[in-house]
Design a protein around this ligand. Structure first.
Ligand code: IPE
Ligand code: IPE
Ligand code: MG
Length: 248
């Protein structure tokens, strides 16, 4: 690895892990085999992110809309989450990883929700990679929930509507307290955000990658980091303004 390539390392990387079904279809395997291969890719990506020094890694595992898939696929995916938690949490904990779930927990099987809560509790004090898994998550759902929570506080008289600003809304989102993703990666060749982290990716650099998720490895991750390192993040300023700041 050329360390100078990553002089600008993203603090927070978010990933839309897409392409498991096509990976399986290309091998005449059932979709479930693609999801299983996808779990291995998750493990690899977590290891690479930790090694490169990324602080927060958010993985989109199952969207609000994915509940519309055939029940058999949904059940098998939920089964895979349970299995992955059982197999991986010890090692994540040993590696100082803090695990967090974002999404509508009430839509999950209570047994799975309990296992997630236990894993979060166990790893809460860890100071290494912050691994965030989005399950039953939708960006619009997240914003609606945040608005509802602000509305409740207004109704209780605890919040003046004039004090509702971007900071107040962000404080009620699932990723409250976590810096916005700097880099968003989508595998699988589609160029869309599919209702992921709509609020938080306002200024993310987006890397679309043709590799299907089970084929996404260290090389592809490094390509995304290289892409990020070459971006100039202007946040509405001109390039000249930013260069003047750098020179000062
Ligand atoms: C992503 O892979 C995993 C989930 C959405 C759960 P897909 O299952 O969407 O794979 P493709 O897009 O059909 O290839
Ligand atoms: C996005 O993938 C959701 C996840 C990766 C969890 P989809 O496969 O569901 O996205 P669409 O339906 O092609 O937009
Ligand atoms: Mg897909």
């Amino acid at each position: 690895m050329q360390t100078d390539t990553y002089s600008k390392l993203p603090e927070h990387v978010a990933v839309i892990m897409d392409g498991n079904g096509r990976w399986a279809a290309a091998r005449s395997l059932p979709r479930h085999a693609g999801h299983r291969a996808g779990v291995k890719s998750v493990r690899r990506t977590v290891e690479t992110a930790a090694r490169r020094g990324v602080r927060h890694l958010t993985l989109f595992a199952f969207s609000s809309e994915n509940f519309q898939r055939p029940p058999d696929e949904v059940n098998k995916l939920m089964g895979l989450f349970v299995e992955a938690l059982r197999r991986e949490v010890d090692e994540l904990h040993r590696n100082n990883v803090r695990l967090q779930l974002i999404g509508a927990r009430e839509r999950l099987d209570p047994g799975l929700a309990r296992k997630i809560a236990a894993a979060e509790e166990r790893t809460r004090a860890n100071t290494g990679l912050h691994l965030i898994i989005a399950v039953a998550y939708g960006g619009r759902w997240d914003i609606v929930e945040a608005a509802r929570s602000l509305g409740r506080r207004v109704a209780e008289g605890a919040l003046d509507p004039r004090d509702i600003d971007e900071r107040a809304l962000a404080s009620q989102l699932q990723l409250a307290g976590v810096p916005d993703p700097d880099l968003l990666i989508r595998t699988g060749g589609e160029r869309r955000v599919s209702n992921f982290l709509l609020w938080n990716i306002a200024y993310a650099e987006i890397f679309f990658c043709d590799a299907l998720w089970p084929d996404f490895g260290e090389r592809e991750f490094d390509e995304a980091l290289g892409f990020y390192a070459r971006r100039q993040r202007r946040y509405g300023h001109t390039g000249e303004q930013l260069e003047a700041v750098v020179k000062c």
